[in-house]
Write a protein that binds this ligand. Sequence first.
Ligand code: SER
Length: 319
Amino acid sequence: MNPDNILVTGANGQIGTVLTEALRAAYGTDRVLATDIRMAQAPTGPFAILDACDGAALEALVRRWRITQIYHLAAILSARGEENPLWAWNLNMTSWLNVLNISRENGIAKVYYPSSIAVFGPDAAKEKTPQNAVLIPTTVYGISKVAGENWANYYYHKYGLDVRSLRYPGIIGYQSEPGGGTTDYAVHIYHHAVKGEPYECFLSAHTALPMLYMPDAIRATLELMEAPAQRLSVRTSYNLAGMSFTPAEVAASIQKYLPDFQIYYQPDARQQIADSWPASIDDSCARRDWGWKPAYDLDAMTRDMLRHLAEHYGRSIAL
Ligand code: SER
């Protein structure tokens, strides 16, 4: 069999930055073409500027690079989407339908599509939200992900396209900045803490949300994509869980190592979005089908975040 050539859209984003590196480590640097709408700051391998809404440009890259797998990470997230709903819908759906259709027409072997806890709305159970909960989201981002999951399922059943997907919780990592999401606070808080600054949180103290540490998110993605197809019973998108915590709990976890760290609460429009989402997720289908198991809990993540960010900002923290 020929080796895989992989195209990543949204490769400069929060997850794309780290996933591209992981794919390069697994498949070889030259086999992973990173693309984004803007040039990468410091490309670590092949890179092309691509607006994933431009189907002709996407197809040209797929053919020129003999692409066999696509990871479609480009999207507008929850908070930013609410500022311009039709634009967000258009971008999220046009790019995804381009990827699906071009994949089908060019014999792409596997496609990865990130979905989100944003597919759930206030009608779904708040705790341990099940795989098959009702999906009536309140954000345009959530609506686009529900539709996107259904298109994934449709292309799988109708055309046999091997599309795989995870409903990511909020993702926390030290390697990259999040952008435009409701869970972004959980990354910003660590940067402020390590820089010795207080943090003004845009969610209220006791807003619990499902979260996942970046190494777990990357491993989940690679494990799902490597799993034998016959093991996968979910072709919309798998619930995926790591941990759940509130801003007050992550602040307390940081204060174990940085006792002077202070947090203030100034909830804004993002509070409403957070209130419509689950507090925790039941990911038993992922555990059963392809053996998912997260490695990090809140304190283990805090220690790792502080260690890396202390190095980044040239500070020393006793951990
Ligand atoms: N992190 C995302 C957001 O907050 C959820 O998928 O929009």
